[in-house]
Design a protein around this ligand. Structure first.
Ligand SMILES: Cc1ncc(COP(=O)(O)O)c(C=O)c1O
Length: 346
């Protein structure tokens, strides 16, 4: 059984691993070379309109159309991160269950809001698969990532749909759904599942982590309650412009092409990592990062840092320990350089 990380470690994120610059960034899962030039140009043009207060109606409509959902089932947020806080502050769960290992902010936000959180820890030996029957039937709040950060595992939509029921809020964090070609297991378009809340981020695929833009999709009554907990003008005009642009058919096609490239690059990364017998990948990675288990990962990470490569420590994720590392999928040249460094240090 892995030891539980201290609560403050829940607030550790990959960006601190690349602070100071100068390292090859394999720690943050933002697509390289982003934002694309067309998006930068569009945002630059928006600067001239900054004197006006933001009006989210067009962006909300664009996001709703992109997922074929009614407009009143969309809430624009300052990144998916804001959605975790809104949910934690507005909901009053009696039994909140977070499926781990996963992104730690949902649990941190729930704890900050005073809720008790139970962890359902998926096992590496079973490829981090989720058996819906393992979720306590009386859990009235369940949080799961799909695909999951850091395991990169993509749960079948049918398994997750089984978890939705009246009297329960089921939060599916789809921040990385658009890194999977065709988004085969996404639930974002499902307005029919009771209590389903889907979170989306525009910061990873589009390189907008600094802009803060995301949204959630849920039944109208919950969207209204969450919106009341937001401050006035929570999403800036630049972020709204990005949400409109990134919902266009051309942008969706670009994201899908990027996801296909990621799948190719990931296959190459996995093939190269297989040359190192001391490294194990559990489950089937489907997102823009890969989780590795290797004895002494912590020390290995330090040695790679000294050679100029920043990898994400795994031990801050509940269910993992100091034998785990997360590596962002990059192009073949970067993977080759990483593997040369691994050969040098192992
Ligand atoms: C799984 C997951 N969900 C949500 C977020 C937050 O995304 P955003 O930048 O949209 O707040 C992150 C950020 O790393 C993440 O890894």
């Amino acid at each position: 059984m892995a030891t539980e990380p201290a609560l403050h470690l829940l607030r550790h994120h990959g960006d601190t691993e690349v602070a100071g610059g100068g390292l090859v960034d394999l720690a943050v899962n933002v697509r390289t070379g982003t934002p694309p030039t067309w998006l930068r140009t569009l945002l630059a043009e928006e600067l001239g309109r900054l004197a006006a207060y933001p009006d989210g109606r067009e962006a909300r409509a664009a996001v709703a159309a992109g997922h074929r959902r009614p407009v009143d089932e969309v809430l624009l947020t300052s990144g998916a991160a804001e959605a975790f806080v809104l949910l934690a502050r507005v909901l009053r769960p009696c039994r909140a269950v977070v499926v781990h290992p996963q992104f730690t902010e949902p649990e941190a936000a729930l704890r900050d809001a005073g809720h008790r959180v139970e962890r359902l820890v998926l096992r590496a030996e079973s490829g981090f698969t989720l058996d819906p029957a393992a979720v306590p039937p009386d859990a009235d709040l369940v949080v799961v990532g799909n695909p999951t950060n850091p395991t990169s595992v993509l749960h079948p939509a049918a398994s997750l749909a089984q978890l939705a029921r009246p009297g329960r809020v089921l939060v599916v964090d789809e921040a990385f759904a658009d890194t999977v070609p065709g988004e085969p297991e996404a639930l974002a378009g499902r307005g029919d599942l009771p209590g389903l809340v889907v979170l989306r981020s525009l910061t990873k695929t589009w390189g907008l982590a600094g802009l803060r833009v995301g949204y959630l999709l849920a039944e109208q009554a919950l969207v209204t309650r969450l919106a009341r907990a937001q401050p006035l003008w929570p999403v800036s005009s630049l972020a709204l412009a990005a949400a409109i642009a990134c919902s266009s058919p051309a942008a969706l096609a670009e994201a899908d092409a990027a996801a296909r490239q990621t799948a190719d690059d990931r296959a190459y990364l996995l093939q190269r990592l297989a040359e190192f017998p001391q490294m194990t990948v559990h489950g089937l990675p489907r997102a823009s990062f890969v989780l590795l288990q290797t004895p002494g990962a912590s020390a290995l990470r330090d040695r790679l840092r000294a050679l100029g490569f920043a990898l994400r420590r795994g031990d801050t994720f509940p269910g993992l320990d100091t034998d785990w590392l997360r590596v962002a999928v990059r192009d073949r040249a970067t993977t080759d350089a990483l593997c040369a460094a691994l050969t040098a240090v192992l």
